[in-house]
Design a protein around this ligand. Structure first.
Ligand code: SF4
Length: 488
């Protein structure tokens, strides 16, 4: 008998992608294999994100297409997992009765059982030729599994299930205890639960033994790590020290941090430990105190800036990344200008800019969404343009220097390879040597673009294709960075 095949699509942040790896581990341990195409799969799973409306819209659209497929393939198992599953479980089943299973993040620990039950039930339905109630209706097994308290973290990770040979993400905590008014994460992911340091060190060692040299630690408020592990002296600073001691580990990063937990201890660790990456994702969200208060962020602009001053006093080469929300309810032109001013003052290297959209179930959804779409779009465009200038300026600062690049793969444009520095700077260089993937190579930066740099490989046989063509470089520059954890 051939092994049943699954296909898993992930939306949203890096945390979701890592969850998908854990779900795949469970299914493979159960004897399932990955389908090369969704059309070949017996089980189609969608790992969803609730943080923004756009991500939800894509899931609804995909489910609509699967409904059509299920009319001719009634045994097909369709599953929705992740944040939307947690948040909209009943509504989803009512709107899309062809869904067979709905599994929230806290129930990934036995997802293989749930999938297997749905598959058995569908086979029984088909064997009995149980008809759909109307010609157009497609009925699923409708199993909901959201509150088991067995998250993916309880799964002993199969370190071989990962997209990159030399890079890996590690979830060190789940959930969030912060009260940000616009955010659905505390509802969908629950309270903060940190994994014990010993487990994390063990997992990191297994990843490194399997060839990983760069690990990025994930958490919605990653620098609040350990608050719930009472009496264990568990902090992010201590965890970083422990992981830093793994000899073959070469780079260590963490996302996403909250400004309130950028402690002096953490700054000291960043200053002391050379393997720690030189970028910090520390979302400011707004440059207006009125907006920060309305968003219940728990800090002021002055306090945020003070933390950054303290950081740069000890780690001057630390690149700063941020998130900003434009068009939050009540945001005036003056509030928005304050955000522009903060961005320019701190000269962020990268920012993710989001137009506010109310998420049902959050505090801010009760407010009048009074900044119109056109104005949100305008503010979004203004901030994007400012950020683009700043990013180009930060990239320009490294032109002429030789940087260490961890090669990630071939560029989308033929004849070039691509990788990142410890400051998370995307670097393209002329080479066709796929053997470089996973290696750390020196590249002399020759040109700065808004989102990336172009350089010349040193000390290796650089391939043909070094001449710079403007359109070519622009194409390269739009290879964007997906590595973000929603939240904080
Ligand atoms: S924005 Fe970040 S810190 Fe605030 S509630 Fe959401 S995940 Fe927590």
């Amino acid at each position: 008998m051939t092994a049943p095949k699954y296909h898993l699509t992930s939306y949203g942040c890096q945390m979701n992608k890592l969850d998908s790896e854990l779900v795949e581990t469970k299914l493979q341990q159960r004897g399932y294999s990955a389908a090369t195409a969704e059309a070949d799969a017996d089980v189609v799973l969608i790992n969803t994100c609730s943080v923004r409306q756009h991500a939800e819209d894509r899931v609804w659209s995909k489910l609509g297409k699967l409904r059509i497929r299920k009319r001719t393939e009634p045994q097909l198992v369709v599953g929705v997992i992740g944040c939307m599953a947690q948040e909209h479980k009943r509504y989803m089943l009512a709107r899309m009765p062809h869904i067979d299973l709905i599994v929230g993040p806290s129930a990934f620990g036995d997802i293989d059982d749930t999938v297997e039950k749905a598959r058995t039930r569908n086979r029984e339905l088909v064997a009995q030729r149980e008809p759909a109630r109307t010609k157009h209706e497609v009925v699923g097994a409708g199993m909901v599994s959201v509150d088991h308290g067995i998250s993916g973290d309880s799964i002993k990770r199969n370190v071989k299930v990962r997209p990159h040979q030399s890079q890996a993400y590690m979830s060190i905590m789940r959930g969030c205890n912060m009260p940000c008014s616009y955010c659905i994460v505390p509802t969908t992911r629950g309270d903060e639960i940190s994994r014990p340091i010993a487990d994390l060190v063990d997992e990191a060692n297994r990843l490194v033994d399997d060839g990983v040299s760069e690990i990025t630690l994930l958490g919605q408020t990653v620098n609040a790590y350990g608050r719930d592990l009472k009496g264990q002296d568990a902090t992010l600073a201590r965890l970083l020290r422990e992981l830093h001691g793994i000899p073959a580990l070469r780079r260590l990063a963490f996302i996403t941090s909250h400004p309130n937990f950028l402690s002096p201890d953490l700054i000291d660790v960043l200053a002391e430990l050379p393997k720690l990456s030189r970028y910090l994702h520390l979302p400011a969200q707004s440059g207006s105190n009125a907006m920060l208060k309305a968003m219940r962020r728990g800090y002021t602009v002055e306090r945020y800036k003070k933390r950054i001053e303290q950081l740069w006093a000890k780690v001057p080469d630390m690149e700063l990344h941020s998130d900003f929300i434009v068009g939050y309810p009540g945001e005036t032109e003056e509030d928005f200008e304050a955000t522009v001013a903060l961005m320019k003052e701190l000269r962020f290297s990268q920012s993710y800019i989001f137009k506010y959209s109310p998420r049902p179930g959050t505090l801010s959804a009760e407010l009048v969404d009074d900044v119109c779409d056109a104005e949100k779009n305008r503010r979004n465009q203004v901030l994007l343009a400012v950020q683009e200038e700043l990013s180009a300026e930060r990239n320009q600062a490294v032109v002429g220097s030789t940087v260490e690049v961890l090669v990630e793969g071939e560029s989308k444009v033929a004849g070039r390879m691509t990788g990142r520095t410890s400051q998370h700077r995307l670097i393209h260089f002329a080479s066709t040597d796929k053997q470089l993937v996973g290696q750390y190579v020196p590249v002399t930066v020759t040109e700065a673009l808004a989102h990336s740099c172009v350089g010349d490989l040193q000390g290796h046989d650089a391939a043909e294709g070094g001449a710079h063509d403007l359109q070519y470089d622009r194409d390269l520059d739009h290879e964007q960075d997906p590595a973000q954890v929603s939240g904080s």
